[in-house]
Design a protein around this ligand. Structure first.
Ligand code: UDP
Ligand code: MG
Length: 325
């Protein structure tokens, strides 16, 4: 057996806490992360596992994780075959985690690991199945990130419901029952920060200060933020489809007016060359139609992927498998 291998006792007894950490190209931050997380978890005085989901990193992340595992036996690494994205990586971690409580946290130390202890206390004191980490101060995020996040949460709360806590990302603690319920959902491309509140389990909140990324750069470029927003909207609301209906109705009303105008011009003998109005009308109708088609396409696409039932991630390796089995 390798050093740091689990004992038989670990096999029988699931740990009290699993900490799920998705990582994608995080070589710059791993050292700092381990240094800060480990004492927090050791001080809890309870059995725990740290389940790092290596989301197909292309840098030295896998090697650094392997090295860290040598002297931290509670560190477990699940590697995905290819980059599957933050949400899919989290889902993979939730399926594999064994703890009675499961915390999810980013690797970049923007979410302070110390808060996990407060979350456990809150969950036990308030008998909550989920404790959301709510950011009370985002001044360390860039102005762009703050504004886009502000718009995102306002829109989501309006469309999906006020039960979605504002400014709660993917830093949270969940009970085994909660995680089992999430794992049973057949939905693919799920946005956990919406799925979890939608299940309606008793919840609590713990505030924390969002810190600056400890090292490295963001793995969430604009394109991924847009993807997350589209998944959030189409996964939780049919409001965009209704928007298509409204556009259609608006378009019909405008067409009706134009028709009246044309008839009036015709009978009063004021027929103008009319290039501009025709052009504008055609362009506007075309745009509205394309927009509505696009909206439909989003939902049809979602149905299609759902029907195909392809997994959103593939596990290549789990360090647990070669130590225990
Ligand atoms: N992440 C991931 N897969 C991806 C993108 C990001 O596992 O495809 C991880 C990343 O390593 C980090 C977390 O998701 O632990 C959040 O990413 P990041 O901090 O870059 O996002 P931001 O805080 O800038 O929104
Ligand atoms: Mg971050």
């Amino acid at each position: 057996m390798k050093p740091g291998a689990g004992t038989d006792a670990d096999l029988v007894q699931p740990p009290e806490l699993s900490v799920v950490v998705p990582m994608f190209d995080e070589e710059a931050v791993i050292g700092l992360f381990v240094e800060r997380l480990r004492p927090v978890l050791d001080d809890l005085g309870q059995a725990y596992e740290v389940l790092v989901v290596d989301d197909g990193s292309r840098d030295t992340t896998p090697a650094l994780l392997e090295k860290a595992r040598r002297d931290w036996e509670q560190l477990r690494v699940v590697r995905l075959r290819a980059n599957a994205g933050h949400q899919a990586a989290l889902s993979a971690g939730l399926v594999r985690a064994r703890g009675a409580w499961i915390a999810t946290i980013d690797a970049d130390l923007q979410d302070p690991p110390e808060t996990i202890a407060d979350m456990l206390t809150a969950a036990r004191e308030q008998s909550a199945d989920v404790v959301y980490g709510v950011r009370n101060d985002r001044t360390t995020d860039s102005a762009f990130k703050r504004h886009t996040a502000g718009v995102y949460y306002r829109m989501i709360r309006r469309l999906v419901g006020q039960h979605v806590p504002a400014d709660a990302g993917d830093f949270r603690l969940m009970s085994r029952a909660m995680v089992d319920a999430v794992n049973r959902l057949p939905e693919q491309n799920r946005v956990l920060r919406l799925v979890v509140p939608a299940l309606g389990f008793p919840s609590a909140q713990v505030e924390y200060r969002r810190e600056e990324r400890a090292a490295g750069t963001t793995k969430y470029p604009l394109s991924r933020m847009i993807r997350l927003t589209v998944d959030s909207l189409t996964g939780f609301s049919i409001a965009p489809l209704r928007l298509a209906t409204w556009f259609g109705l608006g378009g019909a009303a405008v067409t009706f007016l134009l028709l009246a105008f044309a008839l009036l011009a015709f009978v009063t003998d004021h027929t103008v060359p009319g290039w501009t109005s025709t052009f504008v009308a055609v362009a506007a109708v075309g745009a509205v139609q394309l927009l509505c088609l696009g909206l439909l396409g989003e939902y049809v696409g979602r149905l299609y992927t759902q029907l195909q039932g392809r997994p959103t991630y593939h596990i290549a390796y789990d360090s647990e498998d070669d130590t225990n089995r």
